[in-house]
Design a protein around this ligand. Structure first.
Ligand code: ADP
Ligand code: ZN
Length: 428
């Protein structure tokens, strides 16, 4: 049932004691970096875990500003790996790992996959990008640690993905939810029914926001269980929080990170159960500890204990990032609200994009959806009716009036990495 029973099921008070010890060690280690030597110079050892709230936050801008080595807390000779984010909007954020960091990351990744039901006899196919992106190598080493035969295929090339699945009897797959939908269509085109022709049992889906509705759809299409997986490079990568067999929120490993939820405007710490921005402190990292990192991801901590027996608290599905929020004529909406509506319409395929334009000083929101050929063979008039139906439902979900249009299946842009759903064409 458990990868590491003792720590996964330890009483929460014990976990907190461990956290305090690990946090105090982390503070001392962090002070060796240029950034934290200044930021934490007046901070002494904490006496209780609540005192974490007295520590300063670290932001993405801090990480960028500290490029390339201000966050390094060990001698360069101790560092064995570097990962980095894309850096399209300035200096990339860079993250370093010692050998010990990599081992502890592989261990929590294995813990995640085990909690979702993966075992050493499984055949694991990793469709995430290998390279600077942490999705590939992160779970790769976790899967090997668990003992699965690991196929490091990387992203794209759906025919080849399917060929490996068929010939090697792949049972578990790490995949972006948006790609899972596209891969299914490619299989259908080639006359392959994953339910009958493949041995798939488990998908680990994550790295991008998605709805419960999309998860259910993926489970239906493939006839398997899909588990939500959350992580971010700044804390290591995938493996930070993960769903167990209950599929109801993601356990956040509290012997690896300390989670807090804050109000992103007032920066006040919110109680469990209230939604806000997730703040994470990595307490088991050597090369680059980050303290009270503002993830910009919106979620809440779920207060109740979990039926699976794990005592580490859970976070809810990520609603989006604070900077994903779209302001349309003054109304705040998240892309995920649009996805939720579309997922309930069988005639709509699960590929869609959102465009925001500006006309006569008014924002115009358009949603382009690929039609699902299997579920729709009506007339143009029927299509018009369907369009109106979705527009009405989107209006009631979001409070704004989007314009819906349909395009042929397979015609919307397909990203090799995380899906790009929103195109904001307004002048900034
Ligand atoms: P980048 O910032 O370049 O996307 P990362 O690969 O580190 O770099 O991405 C981490 C981010 O991806 C998270 O902060 C979060 O916004 C998003 N993310 C990761 N996993 C999930 C998930 N399961 N659900 C929703 N969003 C996720
Ligand atoms: Zn659980």
């Amino acid at each position: 049932m458990f990868w590491q029973k003792e720590i996964e099921t330890a009483p929460h008070s014990e976990i907190q004691k461990l956290q305090l010890r690990m946090l105090n060690d982390t503070i001392e280690r962090a002070k060796k970096s240029k950034f934290y030597s200044k930021k934490l110079q007046n901070v002494n050892q904490l006496k209780n875990i609540e005192q974490i709230q007295e520590l300063p936050f670290t932001t993405k801008e801090d990480l960028r500003g500290g490029f390339p080595y201000d966050f390094l807390a060990v001698d360069l000779g101790e560092v064995v790996r570097l990962h980095s984010s894309s850096g399209t909007t300035g200096n990339p954020t860079v993250v370093y790992h010692t050998a010990q960091d990599l081992q502890s990351w592989a261990n929590i990744s294995a813990r995640c996959m085990y909690a979702a039901g993966a075992r050493k006899n499984d055949i694991f196919q990793n469709t995430m990008g290998y390279g600077l992106f942490t999705g590939g190598l992160g779970f790769h080493y976790g899967a090997e640690r668990l003992g699965m035969m690991t196929i490091p295929i990387g992203p794209g090339n759906s025919k080849r993905q399917t060929w490996f699945m068929q010939n090697f009897g792949t049972t578990t797959v790490h995949i972006l939810p948006s790609y899972a939908v596209r891969l299914y269509h490619s299989m259908k085109e080639d006359g392959i029914d994953p339910k009958k022709d493949l041995k798939l049992k488990i998908f680990f889906i994550g790295a991008e926001p998605h709805t419960e509705e999309l998860r259910r759809e993926i489970q239906e299409l493939y006839g398997l269980k899909a588990f939500n997986s959350y992580g971010l490079s700044e804390i290591s990568g995938p493996g930070v929080a993960f769903e167990c067999g209950e599929q109801d929120g993601m356990h956040i490993w509290e012997d690896f990170v300390i989670p807090e939820i804050i109000d992103p405007d007032t920066l006040e710490v919110l109680p469990d159960g209230q939604e806000g921005e997730l703040v994470l402190t990595a307490i088991n990292r050597r090369a680059m500890p980050v303290i009270r990192y503002r993830t910009r991801d919106l979620t809440k901590i779920l207060p109740s204990p979990c039926a699976c027996g794990r005592t580490h608290r859970k976070i809810a599905r990520i609603k989006g990032r604070t900077d994903d929020m779209m302001i349309i004529n003054g109304v705040n909406i998240f892309p995920i609200q649009i996805e939720k509506t579309i997922m309930n319409i069988p005639e709509a395929s699960k590929n869609y994009i959102i465009e925001i334009a500006e006309k006569n000083y008014m924002d115009k929101l358009s949603v382009k959806i690929e039609i699902n050929d299997e579920a729709f063979d009506g007339t143009l008039e029927d299509l018009e009716k369907l369009k109106h139906k979705i527009e009405t439902e989107l209006k009631s979900e979001t409070g704004v009036s989007p314009i819906v249009s349909f395009v042929d299946q397979g015609t919307l842009p397909a990203a090799e990495g995380k899906a790009k759903r929103v195109y904001d064409l307004r002048k900034k």
